[in-house]
Design a protein around this ligand. Structure first.
Ligand SMILES: Cc1ncc(COP(=O)(O)O)c(C=O)c1O
Length: 416
């Protein structure tokens, strides 16, 4: 297959093409400076560590964090979400009243959130509330507020649905979490680099994100920003934080346990993980090669800004919605308002399985789009599309008007 002939509309899975410069940065780093950072103290190792530190700083700035030592590299969003969720809940025990730690999540979550929470629920470690969304694909923050109990420890929510593209009201959920002394973990898989994110303004305690989607870096990259309400590991064992809950103050420990332990390249004499972020959470050799590529993705984003790309993707989404929303051959899922979406649209064509539409697009039109459940079975159950799912089209910054025309023409031909 000639890659250059493929029209790629699967950017919600991973972006393609990557930003100009990413492949070159990877090749150069591999050829010239691919030492293991921090491990040896020689100049190449120090240079690799410096490169990591620079990317930490740039990511921290991008998300409006205040301490780049709290920017922890991960393999992908899933890895970061495991660090966050297992980190927060791993130490939890039933309260004095025998109540399990309570977690609130939503029907819009990806399996990287829902599978680990479901496993903890089945194992009797947590109580879980999964709030629903409305017909347009938005979670009502009021539903999250109403679900909070004195045992609620954590709210985990996606910033935008990876099926519908709908951008959730993270600011309102963050405010509610803060008012009730609950930690807020935001899954920014579909929004990091796609819409502006301020950890501070959104009151996010744990931000999990990929480097390989809208940050335009390679696969194998991602991160977790750990907010200041999670104390430094050294203080954490004894740490408590004073938080408000329904008019009375309660005291809650908010230690984040290292989910992956191992070598960190620093002081090897200690028997336990080093007690400083980011190393506390970063056991094992990091993906320096991928992070060098991610730096080139950040170059693109810093140069071009997020607003222009968002406008481009939303304009494409609007064109698709305008074309199919009132056409009886198509069923659109989620809001018609493209300004409330990132670059993703899911729909079905009457008389077709979504997998058939996906394979006709691929084999007859050289168009890549994603059919199925998109790792989000609860969302598809909510919209009545489980188990076949839907077809998701997700434009990215480099899709052209001609490619969009080709997609719409192909869909029209398939729908007959
Ligand atoms: C909303 C959401 N969360 C989590 C993930 C998992 O991301 P990753 O593939 O980076 O682990 C995805 C992937 O598509 C996603 O869309």
């Amino acid at each position: 297959m000639d890659k250059t002939t493929v029209i790629y509309f699967d950017n919600a899975a991973t972006s393609f093409p990557k930003a100009p410069g990413v492949a070159g940065a990877i090749t150069t780093f591999l050829a010239e400076s691919a030492a293991n950072p921090g491990r040896s103290g020689h100049r190449m190792a120090v240079a690799a560590e410096r490169m990591l530190d620079d990317v930490r700083l740039r990511l921290t700035r991008l998300f409006d964090g205040d301490d780049h030592h709290r920017m922890v590299f991960a393999m992908n969003t899933t890895d970061a979400l495991n660090m966050a969720i297992k980190g927060v809940l791993g130490d939890e025990r039933p309260s004095a009243g025998g109540r399990l730690p309570h977690v609130i999540t939503t029907v819009l979550e990806h399996n990287s959130v829902s599978r680990q929470l479901e496993a903890m629920r089945e194992d009797g470690q947590i109580e879980l509330t999964r709030v629903t969304c409305d017909d347009e694909g938005f979670v009502d923050p009021g539903d999250i507020k109403r679900a909070i109990t004195p045992a609620t420890k954590l709210i985990v929510m996606t910033h935008a649905s990876n099926v519908l593209g709908t951008i959730q009201d993270a600011a309102a959920v963050g405010r509610i979490a803060r008012e009730h002394g609950v930690l807020f973990c935001l899954d920014a898989a579909q929004t990091a680099g796609a819409i502006p994110i301020s950890i501070t303004e959104l009151n996010v305690d744990l931000l999990a994100f990929p480097g390989h989607k809208s940050l335009l870096g390679p696969t194998g990259t991602g991160g977790l920003y750990v907010g200041s309400r999670c104390p430094e590991p050294a203080e954490a064992v004894a740490a408590t934080i004073e938080v408000g809950h329904q008019d009375k103050m309660i005291t809650r420990k908010s230690r984040l346990r290292a989910w992956r332990e191992g070598g960190t390249g620093g002081d090897s004499s200690t028997t336990r993980q080093p007690t400083l972020y980011p190393y506390y959470l970063e056991g094992g050799t990091p993906n320096t090669v991928g992070i060098a590529g991610l730096a080139a993705g950040l170059d693109y984003i810093e140069k071009h800004g997020i607003a222009g790309t968002l406008a481009h993707e939303q304009a494409m989404v609007k064109t698709i919605i305008d074309r199919i929303a009132d056409d009886k051959r198509f069923t659109l899922y989620g809001t018609r308002d493209a300004s409330r979406r990132v670059g993703a649209v899911a729909f079905n064509i009457a008389g077709y399985e979504p997998s058939d539409v996906g394979s006709i697009l691929d084999t007859s039109f050289d168009i890549a789009a994603r059919p199925g459940l998109h790792c989000s079975p609860y969302c598809h159950k909510r919209f009545g599309t489980h188990p076949s799912g839907a077809l998701r089209v997700s434009p990215g910054p480099f899709n052209t008007a001609e490619e969009l025309d080709a997609l719409l023409d192909a869909l029209n031909q398939i729908a007959g």
